[in-house]
Each structure stands twice: as structure tokens, then as C-alpha cells.
Design a protein. Sequence first.
Length: 240
Amino acid sequence: MRLGVNIDHVATLRQVRGGHEPVPLAAALAAQSAGAHSITVHLRQDRRHIQERDVSLLKELLSVPLNVECAASPETLELLSSIRPQWVTLVPETREELTTQGGLDAAFLHSHLRQIIRDYHAADIRVSLFIDANVEQVRASAKLEADAVEFNTGPYAELPAGTNPGPLLAALRENCRLASRLELGVLAGHGLNLRNVGPIASISEIFELNIGHSIVGRSVFVGFEQAVREMLKAVSEPEA
């Protein structure tokens, strides 16, 4: 199981004070040194954390793939087509949300997404769609010729204590199998931490998990590299 480390909230700390530290690039290099397989950032339209310069520096200096989450907008397409990260993950985005809420509606946005995906492919950028574990969304993603889907694990991660996660996990497994049969790469993420990642990491069709907030939070106490190593161990030796 591969681990992608999302460093958005290192940038959040920097932007709170409007200064220059902590440096997202330093966190990305520390994660890479600790064994992370990729780095993820969300270039939001309101630029609340990650900035364009961060994306450029990361693409220039990382030796692992860079995945940029973003809205399916022409402006972001133009910018990222010049920077050319290895991956773009298209996500729904509203200015009011604290973090991404729910998956992209690939079925409803089919005509809009088709051209956006084609344009990213023309720039030699692979495209993943952040979607909920829903058969309609998986089939729509395949029809759009996306390279991969990233399943939203938020509903699972946010279950109240004592709630049986079985039905959500069963639905996720079913949709992972479907995505794999449709020749989509399968990723997952959102809200995962050391306590809840095991059952998700046990799903064989998933080749990479994207995890950020819990790693950044843990790093306050143990350091960034150690926090990444702990998560790598948790995803590579999952206890379902």
C-alpha cells in the first residue's frame, strides 16, 4: 500500500500569520525522506493555504510524484498545464467549507468534466476524480476516461463512536472492485488516521491512500518524519 502525504495544513499554519514559516516544501521533503510515495496539495481557488509558488517549487524539487487537488476550472487548468504535476485530482469546492465535503458528481458534470480531463491529458497530466463510493459515480468516471478515482472515506471516518462501519466498508469494497474491473486506478482518503486506517488499508484494490491532517497533527508531538513513518507502518501492516 502506497502513502500520499497531504501537506495543506502546514501551509495553513503559515498563512494564519501571513509569514514564511512553516515551509510546505520542507514538510514535503521530510515526508519524502521518511518514505512517502507521493505528495498531495490542494490548490484552492481562494488560496487559503497552498499558493501557486508552492506548487511550482514542489514540482521542481520533489523526486516523488506531485498530486494537485483542484476544482475543475479553466483557470486552474491553464495554470497547472504550465507547471505539469504528475497528477491532478478534481474535487468539488466551495469557499464556505472548512475542508472538502463529499465527492465530485461525475455523472451530473459529465459534459464539463470530459473536456477538462481531455485538456489535462493533452498536457501529459494524469487525472483522478474524488468521488463517493457510488456505482453511478464509478461508471461515470470510467466513461470520462479518468485515470483513477479517489474514494471519499469521510463518511467512514466520521462515524460516531460505537457505530458499526460494516455497511460503509462493504460499499467501499464493492466500488473498489468495480473501479478495478473498469481499469481505473483506485485511491482513497479523507479523515483517515492511525486509529481508523486499518480496514481501509486492507482493501486490496486500493493502491494509495492520501492522508494529511492527522499526520500534520501528529507531527506536532513526534516530528514530521516520524509521523509519516508511523502512518506508513499502519498502512503497510493494516489491522482490519
